[in-house]
Write a protein that binds this ligand. Sequence first.
Ligand SMILES: CC(C)(COP(=O)(O)OP(=O)(O)OC[C@H]1O[C@@H](n2cnc3c(N)ncnc32)[C@H](O)[C@@H]1OP(=O)(O)O)[C@@H](O)C(=O)NCCC(=O)NCCS
Length: 166
Amino acid sequence: MLETGRLLLRPWRVTEAVVLHELWTERDPRVPPHRRIDADGHPTVADLEDWIRTNQPSSIGLLAVERKADRDVIGYCGLIDSGRGSDGEPELAFELLRRVWRQGYATEASLAVLEWARSSGYEHLRATVWEWNAASRRVLAKVGFTAERKELDAVYGNNLFTRRLL
Ligand SMILES: CC(C)(COP(=O)(O)OP(=O)(O)OC[C@H]1O[C@@H](n2cnc3c(N)ncnc32)[C@H](O)[C@@H]1OP(=O)(O)O)[C@@H](O)C(=O)NCCC(=O)NCCS
């Protein structure tokens, strides 16, 4: 469990799959199809309950972000193994419900996750972001990530690969 001034970051509870489902339904149409609800309605809430059961965080993982004052879960922030880092460096990832955007929560949660990564012994973190995703790019810049390279993609938009020394 990680704690900041306003937030707790902790494992997802199965009953909170509805929040994950809401995040999936809210995704920007520019996000590639495999990260959006498909024509058959998958992932369903039940699919996401299974995901929570089988993806409990260890030294990495996506943590539920809970507001201490409201006691509601507003999204996730954490570390993922994207398979992109040749040296075992995880990636920072975050996503919050639209109704709480622009209140500094992603920045606050990310700083706690950076501390978690540092205390787990990682020396660098990566993050990948679509060039069109101005809010996410701003959060990454605020917590110290800098772009190292850009991968051009005519279909979904260019991808920026960023990294930060811990
Ligand atoms: C990215 C995301 C997590 C940011 O959450 P948040 O809690 O609103 O972030 P913060 O409030 O900590 O910071 C957002 C910053 O981006 C800025 N911002 C927000 N929307 C913006 C836009 N459209 N253009 C430019 N800047 C923008 C805000 O002004 C703020 O910067 P500031 O503090 O300098 O004013 C949220 O937008 C989200 O969930 N997006 C969808 C999922 C996603 O993109 N995840 C990341 C994938 S790489």
